[in-house]
Design a protein around this ligand. Structure first.
Ligand SMILES: N[C@@H](CCC(=O)N[C@@H](CS)C(=O)NCC(=O)O)C(=O)O
Length: 222
């Protein structure tokens, strides 16, 4: 049996698959971004034994989790359902929120993640203010998907200000601090996310200011 082969490049979103593989302890090998067996010629695209070809970053994450598992973790049926939902949400909704992508044309246009008035942003903030990780109190494929998208925001939009959503900022920070994150995306990417998130968490505009919720998040998750 050969290893799964990931067609991708550091300049694309394929490192989010690398991130998951490093977290899950899945062996794989990199393959060139072109030609890609992706039916639309894009990356990431994963091939595996028995003629397997998987495209769409979320589908690749779910295929890897189903086929190779996550360090022996046995999610319950409910956890697996929640993980699947978050991975699809990242592709279907968060992509657009983070980068202004429209279906069929994934060029980066602008970010809506600064807009805490948007229901999706406000709801994500509430969810992350209540739990450190998205599913089951531990890092999972759901976090690999969601955090990877969020953590591209300061890279593409260096002036983005997420200080109004400290729980999201703290989540981005703790994901960027994971060794697998820097291994997948590179030290510069990880350091940039960390310094931006710290800046937002220290900003006086952040909810509550000194001693308020921001400090609480830092204590809990920082
Ligand atoms: N929704 C897809 C988006 C794939 C995508 O837009 N890939 C970009 C790189 S991040 C690409 O291959 N662009 C080159 C092209 O479209 O030819 C996914 O999540 O995998």
């Amino acid at each position: 049996m050969g290893l799964p082969r990931l067609h991708g490049s550091p300049q694309s979103r394929s490192p989010l698959v690398n991130f998951f593989c490093y977290e899950a302890g899945i062996d794989f090998e990199m393959a060139p971004s072109r030609p890609s067996p992706h039916p639309f010629g894009q990356v990431p695209c994963l091939t595996d034994d028995d003629g397997v070809v998987v495209f769409e970053s979320g589908a690749i994450l779910l295929y890897l989790m189903d086929t190779y598992g996550f360090k022996g973790d046995k999610p319950t049926k409910a956890e697996k359902a929640a993980m699947t939902s978050w991975v699809l949400w990242a592709n279907a909704c968060l992509d657009g929120l983070c980068f202004g992508a429209i279906p069929g044309d994934h060029r980066v246009r602008g970010t809506s993640m600064e807009r805490s008035d948007l229901k999706a942003v406000a709801t994500l903030e509430t969810i992350l203010s209540k739990s450190e990780w998205l599913v089951g109190g531990r890092f999972s494929v759901a976090d690999a998907a969601v955090a990877s998208y969020l953590n591209y925001v300061p890279v593409f939009f260096p002036n983005a200000d997420l200080s109004k959503t400290p729980a999201i900022a703290a989540y981005m920070l703790r994901c960027a601090q994971r060794p697998a994150f820097a291994q997948a995306f590179g030290e510069d990417h990880a350091e940039l996310v960390q310094s931006k998130a710290e800046e937002w968490l220290d900003a006086p505009a952040a909810v509550g200011g000194g001693g308020g919720p921001v400090d609480m998040f830092k204590k809990m998750f920082g």
